[in-house]
Design a binder for this molecule. Sequence first.
Ligand code: NIG
Ligand code: FE
Length: 385
Amino acid sequence: MTTLITNIGSLLTNDPELGTLTDAAIVLDGDTVAWVGSAASAPDADERVDAEGRAVIPGFVDSHSHLVFAGDRTAEFNARMSGQSYTAGGIRTTVAATRAASDEQLDANVRRYFGEMLRQGTTTVEVKSGYGLTVEDEARALRIAGAHTRETTYLGAHVVAPEFAEDPAGYVELVTGEMLDACAPYARYVDVFCERGAFDGDQARAILTAGAARGLTPRVHANQLTQGPGVQLAVELGAASADHCTHLSDEDVKALADAHATTVATLLPGAEFSTRAVYPDARRLIDAGATVALSTDCNPGSSFTSSMPFCIAVAVRDMGMTPDEAVVAATLGGARALRRTDVGHLAPGARADLALLDAPSHVHLAYRPGVPLVSAVWQGGARAC
Ligand code: NIG
Ligand code: FE
């Protein structure tokens, strides 16, 4: 089954040769892009869609989310908006609610947020565990996530489990031992919240190294609340991404720039928005030569948004990114953070994941903040919404 989408006003391909095409068309064959070019020379297909001059972009690649959870943290958000500051400790509220939920409830939640994401143009989603913090609950979270995406991350090291409050070393032993054994079969990546109130550099190194020895690719929650060792550790271990990157020294920026082909700086503006914190400086990272991704960090504590367009708008308004840079970071950047070469761009051979915008160009994603511009989405070549 082939589909021709034609009369595209602006087609962002993220392909170095193709660039952004005007008066364009694209042909999908099964789950793959078969042809991209000018509408005037487009081949025929089984089905024909008229884009009526609107823009098409690659589906967003949301490379950082925490969707396996129950409950919400409205009270904590209210307290923050009344002046309290965000700390890692709030995670334990969600741990209690998640442990108490059934598999069916957790699965229904993941399904709900995946639906929200899809309707906003997201076609690839990474999901972390991290609200179970027991062997069984972490493995269960990854099993449930794995039913919805292949991009699953073991985050047993989100915070020290409440049962180990007096014995953090014992918890690290569990995370690198029995819990890793139970989780590794369901995960592609291993992550650690390297932060004051969570795990220090030595603990994070032990956990990431143990995960890597089991074939999991490291990624790190790094330098979110303080200028800690997370970024340097991510680069040293060849992690796929250093996420947050809010508080960076000049050495951290240089390390990320030097590692641009290996470690992506993933910026999560929803977290700073929802914790009323200072945004990361995307301009500084891009100018230094780092590879940057944008992602939602969707979770009930620090960033309860599932919207990549929202993150793009904030990144452009407050983080020094141009609209082009922000949309590329939300698509190709996310793909690079997940080490995927089949998504995040639209060229022959790529996966047929794309969004049709009710706008003449992708710049409108930042220019028209808060407006639901995604009017249709194809995922794996099939019309998904
Ligand atoms: O990425 N930083 C650690 N983890 C999440 C927050 C999780 C929570 O507060 O529940 C984050 O912001
Ligand atoms: Fe996170």
